[in-house]
Write a protein that binds this ligand. Structure first.
Ligand code: S3P
Length: 455
């Protein structure tokens, strides 16, 4: 393996830049994808709020999750990693977290910031949250607005941006809230605030979003009920449960598996096996979409582990057709549009991805960053309102471009996958952010046959 992957040099671009080139042969082998980011955050948080010692196997050791671990420690929980990779959390019970002695830095992680804000709202402590430049540009009003009704007080920068001070309440009122946007982070923030409120918290979501909070809270002993409500769901949580420590097994992250999956679809002759990938139906929109486009993906050994459906994905290089992706698919694949757009750029015909307004407030303006990534590499792309249109030619784009990561791990990985398929190499200015969600990405892909070099 190129040593540059482990130890990227200071390049003329000045950061951890990498160049991806079309490999001479196919991608092959069986890959272990790191643990699910959403479940990892929640396992640490719920462990910190439970009584007893929680053990977590397969925790994602990416920077985002490590920011959550550090925050839980700063709030008084004991969080330890054993030499075999198991994490243990000695919790403080619902309502038992203590005032942190310093500012809580959430790094690049929106999930840490939104969910922890929910927890802090209903603890009678003072705290200040901040993050990196990307996170400090992301909207927090979407959680401040509902959580203010608990009695907690928030002082944020203009526009509802971090840094933000929180004066939590020990006498919280339970919330009844209908989400204006389909966001699992906002839903989870409201439910987590409800843990330490008297009475029943009720959240209605306009469309079903990932339900890891509901599933894991139940696993820790909370009383959570879910019913259909129109096109969405109504979730009820009984306040002030005694959460009991639990053992959590974290499946491989389908949102991370998406990158080697699409790489295998595009690099001639490839066959990859991705073991133990989470297949929660609220996370599998990309698999459905790619299958509609003609992708040859099979699920082997479907099983349940840690309360989540998982399976081994086997994917082989496939000729893809452009399709129309409906807006109601978005919540089940919200993080996968950049890599879907890379697949669409090699497909035959137009792919229209509808209803992507939420992509504008991710780690970057992902709608703009995805369009820029593809345009810089010779693909024809249009943004029409909230839709992204990719004009596929049936062949990979020319490549040869320089992609600005914009502090966004998924743009960096998408661009590297694009470079494995395109005629000329693709250069990514800063791959450092990949460590937020997929540490070891470049090394793992190289083992499977990918070609990356220092740029
Ligand atoms: C997440 C929810 C989604 C997703 C994010 C993880 C979660 O965000 O984009 O990567 O773990 O709840 P939104 O709630 O903003 O859609």
């Amino acid at each position: 393996m190129d040593t540059a992957l482990n130890n990227p040099p200071t390049s003329p671009l000045g950061m951890k830049s990498l160049r991806a080139s079309r490999p001479a042969g196919p991608l092959s082998g069986s890959l272990r994808i790191p643990g699910d980011k959403s479940i990892s955050h929640r396992a640490l948080m719920f462990g910190a709020l439970a009584v007893g010692e929680t053990s977590i196997r397969g925790l994602l050791e990416g920077e985002d999750v490590l920011a959550t671990a550090a925050a839980m420690r700063a709030l008084g929980a004991e969080v330890m990693r054993e030499s075999d990779g198991t994490w243990r959390v000695a919790g403080r019970g619902v309502g038992g977290l203590v005032e942190p002695a310093n500012v809580l830095d959430m790094g690049n992680s929106g999930t840490s910031a939104r969910l922890i804000t929910g927890i802090l709202a209903t603890h009678p402590i003072f705290s200040v949250l901040t993050g990196d430049a990307s996170l400090r540009a992301r909207p927090m009003r979407r959680v401040i607005a509902p959580l203010s009704a608990t009695g907690a007080r928030f002082s944020a920068r203009a526009g509802g941006l971090l840094p933000m001070a929180i004066e939590g309440t020990g006498e919280a009122l339970p919330l009844h809230y209908r989400l204006p946007v389909a966001s699992a982070q906002v839903k989870s923030a409201v439910l987590l605030a409800g843990l330490n409120a008297r009475g029943e918290t009720l959240v209605e979501e306009p469309a079903p979003t990932r339900d890891h909070t509901e599933n894991l809270l139940r696993h820790f002993g909370a009383d959570v009920s879910v019913e259909a409500a129109g096109a969405g769901r109504r979730i009820r949580l009984a306040g002030q449960p005694e959460l009991r420590a639990a053992d959590v097994v974290v499946p491989a992250d389908p949102s991370s598996a998406a990158f080697p999956l699409v790489a295998a679809l595009l690099v001639p002759g490839s066959v990859l096996r991705l073991a133990g990938v989470g297949l929660n139906p609220l996370r599998t929109g990309l698999l459905a979409t790619l299958t509609e486009m003609g992708a040859k993906i099979t699920v082997e050994h479907p099983r349940t582990e840690g309360g989540e459906p998982i399976g081994d994905l086997v994917v082989q290089q496939s000729a893809l057709q452009g399709i129309d992706v409906p807006p109601d698919r978005a919540p089940t694949m919200i993080d996968e549009y950049p890599i879907l757009a890379v697949a669409a750029a090699s497909a035959a015909g137009i792919t229209r991805m509808r209803g992507l307004a939420e992509l504008r407030v991710k780690e970057s303006d992902r709608l703009a960053a995805t369009a820029a990534m593809l345009t810089a590499n010779g693909a024809k792309v249009e943004i029409e309102g909230d839709d992204l249109l990719v004009h596929g030619t049936g062949r990979p784009p020319s490549g040869g471009g320089l992609v600005a990561t914009a502090m966004d791990h998924r743009i960096a990985m998408s661009a590297l996958v694009l470079g494995l398929a395109s005629e000329a190499p693709v250069t990514v200015d800063d791959t450092g952010f990949i460590d937020t969600s997929f540490p070891g990405f470049a090394a793992l892909m190289t083992e499977a046959g990918a070609r990356f070099s220092a740029a």
